[in-house]
Write a protein that binds this ligand. Structure first.
Ligand code: AMP
Ligand code: MG
Length: 424
């Protein structure tokens, strides 16, 4: 993925380039060679920065914690006093609570009542937790001595002043909002929002709200695309349904390329329809069509129309989602400015359902994670796996990824799964 950018015509001359049977990995790698982050930045308040990509690294303006402080409720002591004589009796001369430090120095034989977050008074170096002392009047008795420095948080132990806290290209998550706030930072520089336009093609498609006539279906792809894009926090331009006619498609593509960074279409790339859109795209820009060795989602087009990146997704509702998650999502993240993008992790689990699978293509079947009585996880298929059966995506919480060489899966065999949901 770190090779230099090349043109689409160069790409089609590569050794491993086979437009009629491209492997998932080769197609991904090739697409990534055309991607570079958008140029354009914004200064936003940290809350508005949630889910945005940092365009300038964050340097810590201070040490965190700013003071040496206590990690526990107890007594701040001089460790030398405990070394000399145990059990030791110490005089409690004051208190240091979070936000209310004890400002005088502590001498031999003395200690200070301290609460979590309280600043360690001058002269003290160790905290004895309250459960380990006996308090009588203004004296405590410490039975067994803790190690020097126990229960003390050092100044700068979390972050040092001048240290890079968050790198440019990092996506801001809830923990980062707290981290930035803890440093007193209220504004950050982020990449501008990516603009993504999409439309559906197909004369059979109707928008919801209109009655269906024979042979017509509701357009669902614009809704799944909307949902998937919304999660990425991009600006969305829904261009509706465009009829399967060269003039209408040409106008829609030109309009999209003038206002969007990414254009997504669904439908019109399968055998029979592909030539039609291919000619058009060749006229307007540069495009490669692939038959990817995968199921679902075999036909996929990628190219450039002016500065815009074009992804021609298949029309089948499940194929749209699978190709989006397997190709478009990561590409959009790169364009948004995100760096250090690792592929979403996969895990190996026993599969409870037998699966039909032909060698020669990667399959992304839809799965549901289940737990047995002992709490061990396994996966089962959602049921019928046809690429038009959108319910399989709705029921699923993971993909079952079956690699190219794999044949049928017997119940109990180990399979690779990829989670659809994350925590944060
Ligand atoms: P296509 O790739 O255009 O040949 O479409 C493949 C299948 O997906 C056909 O059954 C289409 O009717 C269906 N399809 C295409 N676009 C949509 C859409 N936007 N919503 C729902 N189904 C679609
Ligand atoms: Mg169609």
């Amino acid at each position: 993925m770190n090779q230099p950018p090349i043109s689409l015509s160069q790409a089609s001359c590569q050794d491993d380039y086979d437009p009629n049977s491209m492997s998932v990995e080769a197609a991904r790698t090739l697409i990534h060679r055309f991607l570079k982050p958008v140029e354009g930045y914004e200064q936003v308040s940290i809350r508005q920065g949630l889910n945005r990509i940092l365009a300038k690294e964050i340097i810590s303006p201070l040490d965190v914690p700013a003071h040496v402080n206590s990690a526990m409720d107890g007594y701040a002591v001089r460790h030398a006093d405990l070394d000399a004589k145990t059990p030791a009796s110490l005089h409690v001369i004051g208190s240091s609570f979070a936000g209310h430090p004890y400002s005088a120095a502590v001498s031999a034989g003395e200690c200070v009542r301290i609460m979590t977050g309280g600043v360690m008074p001058k002269g003290t170096d160790t905290v004895v937790i309250q459960e380990k002392v006996r308090l009588e009047g203004s004296h405590i008795t410490v039975g067994t001595a803790p190690k020097k420095g126990d229960n003390v948080r050092e100044k700068g132990e979390d972050l040092r002043q001048g240290q890079v806290v968050l790198a440019s290209g990092h996506m801001i998550r809830p923990a980062d909002l707290g981290l930035l706030a803890s440093l007193g930072i209220n504004e950050i520089r982020v990449f501008r929002r990516l603009r993504v336009a999409f439309f559906s093609t197909g004369d059979e498609l109707r928008s919801i709200g209109t009655p269906l006539e024979e042979g017509q279906i509701y357009d669902s792809n614009r809704y799944t695309l909307y949902g998937m894009l919304k999660r990425l926090d991009v600006d969305i331009l829904d261009m509706g349904v465009v009829e399967d006619a060269p003039k209408a498609l040409e106008e829609a593509l030109i309009e999209a390329s003038t206002c969007a960074d990414v254009i997504l279409t669904s439908g019109g790339v399968s055998v029979g329809e592909a030539d039609f859109i291919r000619d058009l795209l060749q006229k307007l820009g540069e495009v490669v069509f692939w038959k990817i060795a995968m199921k679902p989602g075999r036909p996929l087009a990628y190219g450039k129309i002016g500065p815009a990146h074009f992804f021609g997704l298949p029309g089948n509702p499940v194929s749209v989602m699978v190709t989006f998650y397997q190709f478009v999502q990561q590409a959009i993240k790169v364009l948004m400015g995100q760096t250090n993008l690792a592929a979403p992790p996969t895990f190996r689990l026993p599969c409870l359902s037998p699966l039909k699978k032909a060698p020669g293509r990667t399959e992304f079947q839809r799965g549901i994670l289940v737990q047995d009585d002992q709490g061990n996880w396994a996966v089962q298929a959602t049921g019928a796996q046809g690429s038009g059966i959108l319910r399989s995506m709705s029921d699923a919480n993971c993909f079952i990824i079956l690699p190219e060489a794999q044949g049928h899966v017997a119940a109990g065999d180990m399979v690779e799964i990829q989670l659809l949901e994350g925590i944060v």
